[in-house]
Structure formats: structure tokens, C-alpha cells
Design a protein around this ligand. Sequence first.
Ligand code: PRP
Length: 187
Amino acid sequence: MSDLVTEYNGRLEKVTTMFTAEQIQARIKALGEEISRDYQGKEVVAVAVLKGSVPFFADLIRAMELPGLSCDFLGLSSYGSRTETSGVVRLTSDLSRPVVDKHVLVIEDIVDTGLTMQYLLENLATRKPASVRICTLLHKPANERVSVPLDYIGFTIENEFVVGYGLDYDERYRQLPFIGVMRFEDL
Ligand code: PRP
């Protein structure tokens, strides 16, 4: 049973719901409350890692009650096949302002091998922030190649290829309000 079936490039792409929009929003509400408590009275820069984190970022910042919050964006991309990373990470766009002495909260859609986040943590450390914490919506520990400290995790998932709510397959499916497991079938 699939929730979405698309014919594309001679194959059927089947997406089966893993987390509904309601489940995602409920988890974000709880994460927002936890983060707001932890950062009370502090100046926080929420950093969205483009492009996958955009929906999560937009919902999470609205679930936080932090008057001192500012937002910035940073683009990272890993070369690789459509479903697997090569481990080579590159910066595709940089933050708009320095984060020296600021509390940086990195917001990601998924930590999979951990290589993207390792690269980002090393890069951010050179900018001398007051602190850096990571909030990821999804964590897939089965694929971990390097261990990175994850401060806030939405959901821990099995080793499945997931799309939706920011996560793509070949740049598609990011707009889905839910997260689903992607499977393929030849026509
Ligand atoms: C995805 C995701 C993370 C990274 C996680 O980004 O948004 O940034 O992969 O994978 P890792 O833990 O194995 O490094 P991607 O490079 O696909 O770019 P996108 O966000 O633009 O989709």
C-alpha cells in the first residue's frame, strides 16, 4: 500500500508514509519548547542548511519562543549518486553575517553518514561562535560513518531512503507535507 505513486523515467516511484504532517508538527512543537527553555535569554542564530532543511526550519523557528533569535542560511551539498553520498561536501553558499560570539543552532533535515555535519562543524569552529548545537529532524544511525554530537533529534529512523518535507529524490518530492519511504518498481 503506497500513499503516492508516480511514473517517472520508466519506473514507478512509490512513497509510503513514515511520519504524517501531524506527527511532524507535534514533534516540532515539543522540540521548539525544549530549545526555547535551553536558550532562554540568549542571542541565538538559527542556521538553516540548504536546501533540505527549509520546511523544518520554517516550522521550527515559529515553534520557538526566543525574542533574541536571528536567522541565517548556508548551502551545503554532497556530490554523489541520487540516493547515496560520495562523502565529498562543498559549501554552495555562505552565511550572510559573522557568528563570532553568537550561539549557533544548526538546523538540518537529516544526519545520515554524518559527513556533511562533520564538515560544517569544522567550518563553523573557525568562525569562533560562543557555542554550536545541532538540531536535526531525522537521524539515520545505520549509515553513520563519523559520529557527530546531535543535541536535538526529531526522529531516529531505520536505514530507509526517505523523501518529503524538504528531503528530495533527484530534487523532487521536497514539497510533500509528510515524510515517506521511497521504493522503486520497473514498469
Ligand atoms: C542532505 C541533507 C544533509 C545531508 C546528510 O543534503 O540535507 O545535509 O544530505 O547526509 P550525510 O549525513 O550523509 O552527509 P544534500 O547534500 O542531499 O543536499 P540538499 O539538502 O540540498 O538536498
